[in-house]
Design a protein around this ligand. Sequence first.
Ligand code: CAP
Ligand code: MG
Length: 449
Amino acid sequence: QITDAKKRYSAGVLKYKQMGYWMPDYVPKETDTLCLFRITPQDGVDPEEAAAAVAGESSTATWTVVWTDRLTACDSYRAKAYKCEPVPGRPGEFFAWVAYDLILFEEGSIANMTASLIGNVFSFKPLKAARLEDIRIPVAYVKTFKGPPTGLVVERERLDKFGRPLLGATTKPKLGLSGRNYGRVIYEGLKGGLDFMKDDENINSQPFMHWRDRFLYVMDAVNKAQAQTGEVKGSYLNITAGTMEAMYERAELAKELGSVVVMVDLVIGWTAIQSMAEWCRKNDMVMHMHRAGHGTYTRQKNHGVSFRVIAKWLRLAGCDHLHTGTAVGKLEGDPLTVQGYYNVCRDSYTKTDLPRGLFFDMDWADTKKVMPVASGGIHAGQMHQLIDLFGDDVILQFGGGTIGHPQGIQAGAVANRVALECMVKARNEGKDILQEGPEILKKAAQTCG
Ligand code: CAP
Ligand code: MG
């Protein structure tokens, strides 16, 4: 029997349908997790078989029937591929819908859910490529997560800032500054009018600047800027490190020095993210998530995981700020798709919206909202486009667009704040900011040198 199965398998003849993973009549339950995969079967592989194989390999199956199947209640444990359709305009690609029973995942664990859904299946030979496009996580499973430690409503209350996007900047150059020079950049940016400054994704504790030096100089700068401006300010202290112990140590010092926010990189992994979110929850700290590394698996249109799925997992795992793209800056992303990511961060109920890439309704059961962060090659001259695309609940982050200002860092920060305020005012007065924006910005620029 095993030799037969191997032959069939090598010849591309799959038997996952026969094994029970293809159920075209299945009506998904409200408590099921639903996944939409984009699959590209190898030549000669039947798409429905491929869809069934995805269901099988991401739940209970291996490449052949095993005797021990009969010792389990296999009907509930098997995932069910219930629909498979060609992707319009993309020959060779198919959408496959798969349903997973609630009992398949441990409560409150993104690590467990992802080990099934993106575990083996992406290197499965009968598929040339596979991409997890979207996911509907049932409200019953949503309720097993605590979500963002602070959430955007409480964050605004703590900052006492309403009715406009928040402004930030990433300190540049990414690497090489000493603690003292670094602190100067933070001070000038905040004093000039930014709400936040930010460590870059790759700054941790390198020979040119030990993390403690960075934290001390940065918090000194934050305190001085707060005293001078009378506003609450913050600087995302990147606590990413090689071990959880080191991250906790760094987070503790950030808190002791009076920081309102800490930052981690996506590359620390799901379990570390959930642990740091729990720490932030207990310590009234905002958690900034930098999505470093995501492009390695979100960018290709036919293989990997869409960022909208990553954003859903991150909202449940718990973060307060999330980099979600800009559509107008230096990094890849089209406006509608990027708006779909913003919906995932900010909606209480994510409605199906195909142009924005949202394939399912999803009830978030009032899970706190994440503040999306727009960054990557943006500058004050795009303020009208950014406000038009993303509205008020967003952090606009200009790194090069602040620190690269011809008249200096503080002047760059002033320019951003002036551009933001004039554009919000124009929008609130009912002006068509997309049309009139550039002219309004030019005039405002004359008022700030
Ligand atoms: C931006 C940035 C951010 C990226 C992240 C950089 O600097 O600091 O890491 O924008 O991308 O290193 O490029 P600039 P995303 O403002 O000077 O471009 O937000 O898409 O995750
Ligand atoms: Mg960066």
